[in-house]
Design a protein around this ligand. Sequence first.
Ligand SMILES: [Zn+2]
Length: 244
Amino acid sequence: MPHPDAMTAESRADDAGVPVSVRIRERLRAARKRFHANDNIADFIQPGELDQLLEEVTDKMQAVLDSLVIDTTSDHNTEDTARRVAKMYLKEVFAGRYVKAPTITEFPNAEHLNELMIVGPITVRSACSHHFCPVIGRLWIGVMPNEHTNVIGLSKYARLAEWIMGRPQIQEEAVVQLADLIQEKTQPDGLAIVMEATHYCMAWRGVKDMDSRMINSVMRGVFLKDANLRREFLSLIPRQVAPQ
Ligand SMILES: [Zn+2]
């Protein structure tokens, strides 16, 4: 086996001095793939490149600290801040952009479940695309299965939500992305998601409203057509959250 770093002299020359982010971006452009803040780009990152990105983002974060006129050399508190922030973005809070979707085993609906099922509250930890400030909240998922629906374990909904929310997000787009993903994996007759979250860009900065929560929902399939089912779902999630 050749060493994983082994490259031809030609490709080594091509890549010399080209930041890894530029190489990844070129692949995305060549494939005409969108790479907005809340898009996942894992398919365009080659093995080892995430660690190279960590180095690149660390250097750029250091430049931000320098421009903020923070003496990271003598201030021991900020000595490693550039690396900590780079790691936090790439491997923790925005990992949902850089890693592939969690593997979810889908089972056929052997029990022929056809009753409304509600999963939640699932904790939401995200950040807004506008300010990179935390967005912290909860969500509830309502599923109306049929005999052809795939069944996934309850904890898997939380894993899918974590993957979608682990990106710089816009709440309205986040719930739609999550609904699309669950729809694709399980093909239910109906799907409903309600998300309630505090946007810290409103609390920490801006209007400094400490209790600015945003609630939104997506309804699909039978939840759109059947008002009684919609009411049943909303009545089963906490009162203060359910949109009227
Ligand atoms: Zn914001």
